[in-house]
Ligand binder design. Structure first.
Ligand SMILES: *Cc1c(COP(=O)(O)O)cnc(C)c1O
Length: 388
């Protein structure tokens, strides 16, 4: 049967929201407590428990906010440089600019599409303050090497784990490695969602305390308790010009249910990844790299690359997919090609050869828990038909 005989409509991404999430939100609305309160506390506690316990989790209204708070807590200032990759969403780098500091972009490893270790090493200067690796697509970055480089050069490490919940690096959950902080995203198309939202996770009490204060206007409630030994619901002190980054209980209500389903969602995405991997073996479709022993890929994004021998461009390929009812995307337009980053830092297209090469021939295929096995088979056979 040719693909045109059985056109489906498969969007690129779809959240999986069930009756349970709807019931939790309804209960929250009926409770009279809408903003940050008991549901956020519950979500934070259960998130830590999911990661294995004894960490600090700070729920925020986006991963961008979480990255901003993490950089604030480690004390970024305008003279500082922060090393990150150009092959990411702009949020990873824009938060560095919030401080007037300089993002120093380095290329990716062409295998796992995460930040390239050797490029980090040569980008370190006396101004370098931190490294922000991205666990690209849900594939863990080479964290041992990154953490070793950071320790050797006295640098902080903030992990952009927007794609990587839940994922593991050498058996350890992302969020529990020895970095300074890890930030997850619950944006609508991420692996679990609250519509908008994020979680900053750290093992460092000082970073956690600072992020909690800065998350809500720089307000500290501790002072009064300390002086009187009683708690008060009216007294507070402003100790810094903070932000408005708190997560409301309405969204945490969605989060607690999504969290309970996180492993099930991952299992379903893994089945889809296996279907794609099996279908594309021995084809001119370049598959995502295998994960190392002990690593767990979150499979937020499934990226294929078109072999250079193929007679079809990335854009032609995408429009053929779309004619067959299949949504797709491109992750990412490298930051150095965007006008702001290009012009502010005088970046040339050929400065990042690996990311440029991947960008020119990459397509992200649908992968989400609501997809059926028959959807995945349809996408796989359509892809193979298109390149035939
Ligand atoms: C989605 C995303 C972010 C931002 O997440 P928000 O929750 O939308 O702020 C940051 N980094 C990467 C790599 C992302 O994909």
């Amino acid at each position: 049967m040719s693909v045109s005989d059985r056109i489906k409509n498969i969007p690129y991404a779809l959240p999986e929201i069930g009756e349970e999430e709807i019931r939790e939100v309804e209960a929250c609305l009926r409770s009279g407590w809408l903003t940050t309160g008991p549901k956020v506390k519950q979500f934070e506690n259960e998130f830590c428990k999911f990661l294995g316990g004894s960490c600090e989790a700070i729920a925020v209204n986006s991963a961008t906010a979480g990255l901003h708070l993490a950089l604030e807590a480690i004390g970024i200032s305008p003279q500082d440089e922060v090393i990150t990759t150009n092959y990411t969403f702009t949020a990873t780098a824009e938060v560095i600019r919030y401080f007037g500091a300089k993002p120093v972009f380095v290329d990716i490893d062409s295998d796992n599409l995460c930040i390239d270790i050797h490029s980090i090493e040569s980008a370190i200067t006396s101004h370098t303050k931190a490294i922000i690796p991205v666990h690209f697509a849900g594939h863990p970055a080479n964290m041992n090497e990154i953490l070793r480089l950071a320790r050797k050069n006295n640098l902080k490490v903030i992990e952009d784990a927007a794609h990587a919940f839940p994922a593991k690096y050498k058996g350890i959950p992302i969020g529990r490695l020895e970095s300074d902080a890890t930030v997850f995203s619950f944006y609508a198309n991420k692996t679990i969602t609250t519509g908008e939202g994020g979680m900053l996770v750290t093992n460092n009490k000082r970073i956690a305390d600072r992020a909690r204060i800065m998350r809500l206007h720089g307000i500290s409630h501790d002072v009064f308790d300390r002086f009187t030994g009683t708690s008060s619901n009216w007294y507070y002190e402003v100790v810094a010009p903070g932000f408005k980054y708190n997560m409301p209980d309405i969204l945490a209500s969605i989060g607690v249910v999504q969290l309970r389903n996180a492993q099930k969602f991952l299992d379903k995405r893994s089945v889809i990844a296996d279907i794609y991997n099996n279908n594309f073996a021995n084809s001119q479709i370049i598959r995502p790299p295998n994960v190392y022993n002990g690593d767990v890929h979150a499979w937020h994004i499934y990226i294929i690359q078109l072999d250079e021998s193929l007679n079809i461009t990335r854009d032609q390929f995408i429009s053929k997919l779309s004619k067959h009812g299949i949504g797709s995307s491109v992750h990412y337009i490298p930051l150095h090609l965007h006008p702001y980053w290009r012009d502010t830092y005088n970046l040339k297209a050929d400065m990042f050869p690996n990311s440029l090469r991947v960008f020119k021939r990459c397509i992200s295929l649908p992968i989400y828990s609501k997809m059926t096995i028959s959807d995945a088979n349809y996408v796989a056979s359509t892809v193979l038909d298109i390149i035939k």
